[in-house]
Design a protein around this ligand. Structure first.
Ligand code: PGA
Length: 226
């Protein structure tokens, strides 16, 4: 199974020009990647333009609404993302839960709609207790899980490989052995090997470091040979 590296650009960068530059320097620097799938999740507004250059890089979004269309001002649906050339969508990120009051019930609806429209959802959790409600009525191997301890996001602090491994094992027991489980939270080129080799994750979700092309390319290279 190929390993997965998901770049979550969050609300960055500020201009389309910068987004194209960032995307192209990552694409150039990656060269041939054999054992790893690289998925870049930029803000919605850059997706259409970046889709023109995607080829080796796969595109994802950072959220989607659960209704397909209609009177839902400001929302973007899974069907629209699929049409733009998106293959993946991050759902339930802790920042969505914290700043936009997203609940497990809402995230469950979003997951269902993403799957229905043919997007591969990446469900972020910071505790195993969120899994049951989020995945209610959903085939567990269809969803990618990203375990992201809140205290590790953007802080430079990471769990030890053993701590992370115990979460990975717990999560796998609650889903299936075939479910892809990623680690996220302050991943960098130095610590990434541990999450794959020692903690047994199937890949990583990278925030801050995905905005630095050199660092991100190094992360991919380390994962690709691990
Ligand atoms: P970080 O963010 O890598 O900057 O900690 C990860 C995330 O929030 O997905």
């Amino acid at each position: 199974m190929k390993k997965l590296i998901v770049a979550n650009w969050k609300c960055n960068p500020t201009t389309l020009n910068q987004a194209k530059k960032l995307f192209n320097s990552i694409k150039k620097g990656l060269g041939v990647v054999k054992n790893t799938k690289v998925i870049i999740c930029p803000p919605f507004v850059y997706l259409e333009e970046l889709a023109k250059f995607k080829r080796t890089i796969i595109l994802g979004a950072q959220d989607c609404y659960f209704q397909e269309k209609g009177a839902f001002t400001g929302e973007i649906s899974a069907a629209m993302l699929k049409d733009l050339g998106c293959d993946y969508v991050i759902l339930g990120h802790s920042e969505r839960r914290k700043y936009f009051s997203e609940t497990n019930v809402l995230i469950n609806k979003k997951l269902k709609s993403a799957l229905e429209k043919g997007l591969k959802p990446i469900l972020c959790i910071d505790s195993t207790s969120q899994i049951k409600q989020c995945l209610k009525g959903i085939l567990k191997e269809k969803v990618i899980i990203a375990y992201e301890p809140i205290w590790a996001i953007g802080t430079g602090k990471v769990p030890s490989p053993a701590q992370a491994k115990s979460f990975n094992v717990k999560i796998k027991k609650l889903v299936t052995n075939n479910t892809i489980v990623l680690y996220g939270g302050s991943v960098n080129a130095e610590n990434v090997e541990g999450f794959i080799a020692k903690s047994g994750f199937n890949g990583v979700l990278v925030g801050g470091a995905s905005l630095k092309p050199k660092e991100f390319i190094n992360i991919v290279k380390v994962v690709d040979r691990t």
